[in-house]
Design a protein around this ligand. Structure first.
Ligand code: NAD
Length: 281
């Protein structure tokens, strides 16, 4: 039976450390780090994410500015708001909750955020910095996964790693971070041929595709470390990852559960990035 990699445990330890650092920051500078989160429209899932981010900020002493704009907000209006926040000395981090309504270009909005305040690390300048290995911020989900691997002493160096999913927010940066840790990484996606052949040879397998229970035990190498990023709502209302947990836990040496694995780490890394942004001011 695989050992559980608990995002709850690691996240609690990280948040305690962040809280101590925020306290020290406040004592030294006389003000708190500030994070502005912009939500456009009323996507119910986004509303939950934004609420959770706000709560997490308060818990560690970061000031959270929640900016809620109506669905019909124009791209120009949103750009103007971002411009204001870029120039606001109390705001060290800016996050625009995605997805945005269809009439707004996510690309233009991401590029309008000052790279110094881009705590999601989605701005092309920050993506470029990650590529060359000289960065201030890492995107929250892959950064959280690296934190989990470190906490559980999973040595990546020289290991064969497979990442399934090539999104800009998870798969691609994950490939870069595992490479930086000296893993040999294969990035798989919807057009990959012989997927199970690749996954079966992976010592470390990261799955981020958004398909419930897609990775089954026969696709996993004996003793592999399996990281499940997926969050899928099943018809019965329960949450499921992209990995068939019941089957795979019998074969893997370590595995993240869903919920309680990668999920809790994402917001924690956002808090860390906000503190980093504030420290660099
Ligand atoms: P996405 O939805 O943007 O893209 C899915 C990716 O999966 C694509 O690159 C596609 O090529 C690949 N894919 C789809 N079907 C495939 C198949 N049959 N074989 C191989 N590859 C296939 O990806 P995303 O935004 O990274 O999200 C993936 C999952 O991770 C979703 O369930 C999302 O909810 C979850 N997620 C969780 C967190 C977290 O904090 N835990 C953060 C981000 C995303």
């Amino acid at each position: 039976m695989a050992e559980l990699i608990s995002g709850k445990v690691v996240s609690a330890a990280c948040r305690e450390k962040i809280k101590r650092e925020v306290d020290a920051f406040k004592t030294e500078r006389g003000y708190a780090p500030g994070l502005a989160v912009i939500l456009v429209g009323n996507n119910p899932a986004s509303e939950v994410y934004v609420r959770n981010k706000h709560k997490a900020c308060l818990e560690v002493g970061i000031t959270s500015y929640q900016i809620e704009l109506p669905e019909e907000t124009t791209e120009e209006e949103l750009l103007k708001k971002i411009d204001e926040l870029n120039g606001d000395a109390c705001v060290h981090g800016i996050l625009v909750q995605l997805p945005l309504p269809k009439h707004i270009s996510e690309e233009r909005i991401i590029e309008a955020i000052s790279p110094k305040k881009d705590v999601d690390a989605f701005h092309p300048v920050n993506v470029g910095k990650i590529t060359v290995g000289n960065y201030q911020f890492l995107p929250c989900t892959p950064a959280g996964i690296i934190e989990l691997l470190d906490f559980y002493n999973v040595d990546v160096s020289g290991k064969s790693c497979a990442v399934i999913g090539r999104s800009n927010i998870v798969g691609k940066p994950m490939m870069l971070l595992l490479t930086e840790k000296n893993g040999t990484v294969t990035l798989c996606h919807s057009r990959t041929k012989n997927l199970s052949q690749i996954t079966k040879s992976a010592d470390i397998l990261v799955v981020a595709i958004g398909k419930p229970k897609f990775v089954t035990a026969d696709m996993v190498k004996d003793g592999a470390v399996v990281i499940d990023v997926g969050i899928n709502r099943l018809p019965d209302g329960k949450l499921s990852g992209d990995v068939d947990f019941e089957g795979v836990e019998k074969k893997a040496s370590m595995i993240t559960p869903v919920p309680g694995g990668v999920g809790p780490m994402t917001i924690t890394m956002l808090l860390r990035n906000t503190l980093t942004a504030a420290k660099q001011k």
